[in-house]
Design a protein around this ligand. Structure first.
Ligand code: IMP
Ligand code: MG
Length: 177
């Protein structure tokens, strides 16, 4: 285990089992209907790669974005660093993201994709920290619901580090404080 990690909260086996469980639900809900899986860069890459190879039918697209402005204001702004490359008009979109935290980014992204004419936009997140929420948004598919802990690995970073860890662990507080 990396010496900056306090404890592992999801090892490779647990991640694999969770991905299989989520893919099963998604496949049964979409019942062979094609959708566009939109991975949010960069944190979702591992989860995106593992989940999509278990899905029956999907196309790939990616976005990179961040929210800015006061999070206390409901009309936040979104800074799109990489936009969709597919036309989503009339399409069913499944956003795949690493973690739902305050919800500011995903709240705006969902709205943005709907404004591009998508028929439906659903949200799949590997981790959810509901105690941190600032926007009224819930995921349609959630892997693990966790307390307010800062986690890294399997795509999740602190200062661009630890994304390559094959497990998810809690970062030692002394690393970021
Ligand atoms: P929010 O929901 O708009 O606050 O933003 C969620 C984003 O914050 C995620 O996509 C992550 O990039 C980042 N984030 C939130 N919590 C964590 C964490 O525990 N570890 C690593 N990144 C996190
Ligand atoms: Mg992210």
């Amino acid at each position: 285990m990396n010496s900056d990690i306090l404890e592992i909260i999801a090892d490779q086996k647990q991640l694999n089992e969770k991905v299989n469980e989520l893919a099963g639900k998604i496949n049964s809900d979409y019942k062979g209907k094609s959708m566009i899986a939109v991975g949010i860069l960069k944190g979702s890459v591992m989860f995106f790669a593992d989940l999509t190879r278990k899905l029956d039918l999907c196309k790939f697209d990616f976005m990179a974005a961040s929210s800015y402005g006061s999070s206390a204001v409901s009309s936040g702004k979104i800074n799109i660093k990489k936009d969709l490359s597919e036309d989503v008009t009339g399409k069913d979109v499944l956003i795949i993201e690493d973690i739902l935290d305050t919800g500011n980014t995903l709240y705006l992204l969902k709205d943005y994709i709907l404004s591009k004419g998508a028929n439906s936009v659903k949200l799949c997140v590997l981790f959810d920290k509901p105690d941190r929420r600032e926007k009224p948004i819930t995921a349609d598919y959630t892997g693990f619901t966790i307390d307010n802990l800062f986690i890294v690995g399997y795509g999740l970073d602190y200062d661009e580090k630890y994304r390559n860890l094959p497990y998810v662990g809690v970062l030692k507080p002394e690393i970021y404080s």
